[in-house]
Design a protein around this ligand. Structure first.
Ligand SMILES: [Zn+2]
Length: 358
């Protein structure tokens, strides 16, 4: 099987991918991912660096080498723009901010709370005040710290356990989302490469996902929202009430933003056919929803883990597969097609709604 674009190892050569935008591919060793694209966007003061790689020495050394090959030094980086709060996107941000004082810009819903006792406010306290957030999407408590609704340890505790196993070269402190200096909102404009970019709030993959659009050159920085050959994970936890609906609305948001000449994704190669890619990803999720219904027809009732085992290959089983299965089940439940109940053992169990059964 030929590897997907997103799985290819990082290219060493920096490459100009759009006027004034140089791509620096950084190595990533995560399931399904071989690299992340950092983009250096130049202006009279230096560069804004978008998504500066994973935490750890390997990525940091690659970043220094790529910057040097592009004729830049870390000191040229005045701003770090992070598309969403996943470690393959914010990993180099702490170190850049510490060493050269670069300012960190994210969406206002940026998730900072995954670390015990760090004294920061839980996201639910400030999220409700953000212009982009639907109050119905704000959990009454911190969804990262709560036990998973379908059973099992919280996302945060699983995360901390993995971090505790990390060695010093991995810089465990860099796996905690950094504190942004500025949180933007949908429709805000940002000056990058001396051009006005429009901030597009695109929740779904995460609640804090941000894309940027430059109407002048028709460039869309798409983060993980729209990738060339893989469909981004839809997080059932911490992404609001119905993340799949949010995600599909966010696909329509970028598809309708204006003429797009080139999409610059966080993984994989630049591409032009945004409309075609958006249509294909929507089709994928419709097929997925149909499959969930068929699986429930066959099984009669299923827990989230059981359903995820029918939806995903065994090597993908685990919290992420369950989280995405949960997002699909909750989407169907909110639309009325599926019912759920809490079993005596505490697990959620889903079945087709009575009216749907024939
Ligand atoms: Zn990513």
């Amino acid at each position: 099987m030929t590897p997907k674009q997103e799985q290819e190892p990082a290219e060493e050569e920096p490459r100009e991918v759009s006027p004034g935008i140089v791509r620096l591919q950084l190595p990533v060793d995560m399931p399904g991912l071989g690299h992340v694209n950092a983009y250096a966007i130049g202006d009279g003061r230096g560069v804004t660096l978008v998504d500066p790689g994973v935490p750890g020495d390997r990525s940091w050394k690659a970043l220094l080498a790529r910057l040097a090959d592009a004729g830049l030094s870390p000191a040229d980086v005045h701003t770090i723009l992070i598309t969403h709060s996943h470690p393959d996107h914010f990993g180099g941000a702490h170190r850049l901010a510490e060493e050269v004082g670069a300012a960190i810009v994210t969406h206002g819903a940026w998730r900072t709370r995954l670390w015990p006792g760090d004294g920061r406010a839980a996201p639910c306290h400030h999220l409700a005040e953000l212009p982009d957030i639907d109050p119905a999407d704000v959990a009454p408590s911190n969804p990262w710290e709560d036990p998973l609704p379908w059973g099992g340890e919280s996302m945060a505790s699983g995360w901390r356990r993995r971090l505790a196993e990390a060695g010093p070269a991995d810089r465990p402190q860099d796996w905690v989302p950094p504190e942004p200096d500025r949180g933007v909102a949908d429709g805000d404009s940002l000056l990058l490469a001396d051009r006005e970019w429009i901030c597009l709030y695109t929740p779904g993959h995460t609640l804090d996902h941000l894309c940027l659009y430059d109407p002048e050159t028709g460039t869309l920085l798409s983060g993980d929202h729209v990738l060339p050959t893989i469909t981004p994970h839809i997080a059932g936890i911490g992404s609001g009430r119905d993340p799949l609906s949010s995600y599909v609305a966010s696909l329509d948001r970028v598809a309708g933003v204006g003429p797009v000449r080139v999409v610059l994704p966080a993984h994989g190669q630049p591409f032009a056919d945004l409309a075609g890619r958006v249509a294909a990803i929507k089709r994928h999720h419709e097929e997925r929803l149909d499959r969930v219904v068929r699986i429930l027809e066959g099984l009669n009732r299923a827990t989230v883990a059981e359903l995820s085992h029918h939806l995903f290959r065994p090597d993908l089983w685990g919290p992420m597969a369950e989280s995405e299965a949960y997002a699909h089940l909750e989407h169907l439940r909110l639309a009325g097609g599926v019912e759920r109940r809490r079993r005596d053992d505490g697990l959620l169990e889903y079945s087709l709604a009575t009216a749907e059964r024939t």
